[in-house]
Design a protein. Structure first.
Length: 254
């Protein structure tokens, strides 16, 4: 069973493609990998980000989509609108077959560079339409929905607005709020699902958003439905954050 990752390269390995492929391997699945962007990055900071070549990305996706039994897709950093649209076009045959697509709408690194140029609503328009789930953090949810996200009410309002914009399901992550607990909100057509966990003290590890969206894609590939996959992946990432280790001189890795 194959999980297709379309993501940027973080050479430190803490986030992006290297971390995503490691997550897929951790779950006993195979990864196919299309690098959409490059970064100059270490465990402390992202210094530079450059989008990939949309034609190369389109060619790579076209090959793996025809060749491999792809059971789920995770999309991370895209760099710019041309690459984002190339990924959306390349994935449309999978979307038409009902293969689940998880979109982590990465806009900027926690410390440093923008990871998507331009207006995210326009850049991600085609991907938002085909994604089974979109996993914005607070800032990403606000920029994609146009609604301020300052508290749990804001999380609900932004998720509802994104659904009204045609997004199938949304997970608005709450890790960037202050407080002793963290609440992520999952919203599809049914009852809202709040995933709560105590805040783990210390600086947030690098690459937690990447890990969460890839864990969800892996759980979907293993045959769980979307709601179960989100809950399972959330529990796995909470465990992984508690067990994070110092590898480089900056933030911990999962
Ligand atoms: N680098 C790449 C390639 C990423 O995909 C991401 C996040 O998705 C990051 C860096 C940012 O990670 P963090 O916010 O943990 O710094």
């Amino acid at each position: 069973m194959v999980v297709l990752i379309a993501a940027g390269l973080d050479p430190s390995g803490g986030a992006g493609m290297v971390a995503d492929v490691a997550t897929v391997a951790r779950r006993g699945l195979r990864a196919a990998a299309v690098v959409t962007a490059q970064t100059v990055q270490d465990s402390a900071r992202c210094h530079e980000a450059i989008a990939g070549d949309p034609e190369l990305v389109a060619g790579q996706i076209a090959r793996v989509v025809v060749d491999l039994p792809i059971a789920a897709v995770k999309i991370g950093m895209l760099g710019d609108e041309k690459v984002a649209r190339a990924v959306a076009a390349g994935l449309s045959p999978l979307a038409a077959r009902g293969v689940p697509i998880v979109l982590d709408p990465v806009l900027r690194a926690t410390a440093g560079s923008a990871l998507l140029d331009g207006d995210p609503r326009s850049a991600l328009e085609a991907l938002l339409a085909i994604a089974s789930l979109v996993t914005p953090n607070r800032e990403e949810a606000a920029r994609l929905s146009g609604i301020p996200v300052d508290d749990e009410k804001g999380q609900i309002a932004a998720a509802q607005q994104l659904r009204e914009q045609g997004v199938h399901a949304v997970l608005v992550k709450g890790g960037h709020f202050a407080g002793d607990s963290v609440a992520d909100l999952f919203l599809d057509g049914g009852d809202p699902l709040w995933l709560r966990s105590p805040r783990i003290p210390g600086e947030a590890p690098h690459g937690t958003g990447c890990a969460l969206s890839t864990e969800i894609a892996c759980a979907l590939a293993a045959g769980n439905d979307l709601r179960e996959s989100v809950a399972l992946a959330h529990a796995r990432v909470v465990e992984r954050i508690a067990a994070a280790v110092s590898v480089g001189k900056g933030r911990k890795f999962l």
